[in-house]
Design a protein around this ligand. Structure first.
Ligand SMILES: COc1ccc(C[C@H]2SC(=S)NC2=O)c(OC)c1
Ligand SMILES: [Zn+2]
Length: 261
């Protein structure tokens, strides 16, 4: 369909200019998840998520996306279960989105593209001393991916949207007192999981992906608020922060498992 032709459009931003690939990469992300090829795994446990809203630190524009970072010196905001052998600590969450609603997500489901995708990034604090160390290890990170689709206004997202004008430019940062990211998760427990990578440099193959089957709904104004952000610093020629997604990567020798039949 027309939507996938857009996927071939390389985003203009230098980071995504050419489909970045790393030599010898065998488990790169994002991928297209073919529903019919995913394999139900009855041994997959329910994902257990418990976030402490008081661990929320700040929201900032890092020049690629806007991210909300969390205090991760203790096991206060954690996930476990699902495909995970250890407990993982929440470090940050951020989004990827398009210039228009026709594209924006990194992963796709049967080639269906969503207007945006949320990534909740966690690191294996049982096995590693720091996030930076975990980023380099095969079982170091666990990222929950949630698709955003155009629909009803999202109450929980609005607190983030209201803070965006304060982080319009690269490197702007603003205190964020309490925020509970579980309000951004769909109520349906179903997910796919596969072994993948970071989707920006250093592209390390350290991510256990957990992609939620159900999308959350956000309205047009909320998506437009993302598109008002800038890649650029104050004083530079303004470049709108849009199309900050990586092109699809080859599945290679991987299977995607589903937690549902
Ligand atoms: C140096 O370590 C990094 C660098 C970049 C990101 C963000 C990338 S990776 C992803 S998933 N989505 C993104 O935009 C990290 O996130 C875990 C970790
Ligand atoms: Zn991401």
């Amino acid at each position: 369909g027309t939507c996938c032709s857009y996927r071939l459009r390389d985003a203009l931003h230098p980071l995504w200019q050419s489909p970045l690939s790393i030599p010898g990469g065998t488990r790169q992300s994002p991928i297209d998840i073919q529903w019919r090829d995913s394999i139900f795994d009855p041994y997959l446990r329910p994902l257990k998520i418990s976030y402490d809203p008081d661990t929320c630190l700040h929201i900032w524009n890092n020049g690629y996306s806007f991210l909300v970072e969390f205090e991760d010196s203790m096991d206060k905001s954690i996930i476990m279960g699902g495909p995970l052998e250890n407990q993982y600590r929440l470090k940050q969450f951020h989004f990827h989105w398009g210039a228009i609603n026709e594209w924006g997500s990194e992963h796709t489901i049967d080639s269906r593209v969503y207007p945006a995708e949320l990534h909740l990034v966690h690191w294996n604090a049982v096995k590693y001393e720091s996030f930076e160390e975990a980023v380099m290890e095969g079982n170091g990170l666990a990222v929950i991916g949630v698709f955003l689709k155009l629909g009803a206004y999202h109450e929980g997202l609005q607190k983030l949207v209201d803070a965006l004008p304060a982080v319009k430019h690269k490197d702007e940062i603003v205190e964020f007192d309490t925020f509970d990211p579980s309000c951004l998760l769909p109520s349906c427990p179903d997910y796919w999981t596969y072994a993948g990578s970071l989707t920006t440099p250093p592209l390390t193959e350290s991510v256990t992906w957990i992609i939620k089957k159900k999308a959350i709904e956000v309205d047009e104004n909320q998506l437009e608020a993302f598109r008002m952000l800038l890649f650029t610093s104050p004083g530079e020629e303004e470049k709108r922060m849009v199309d900050n997604f990586r092109p699809l990567q080859p599945l290679m020798n991987r299977t995607v498992r589903s937690s549902f039949q």
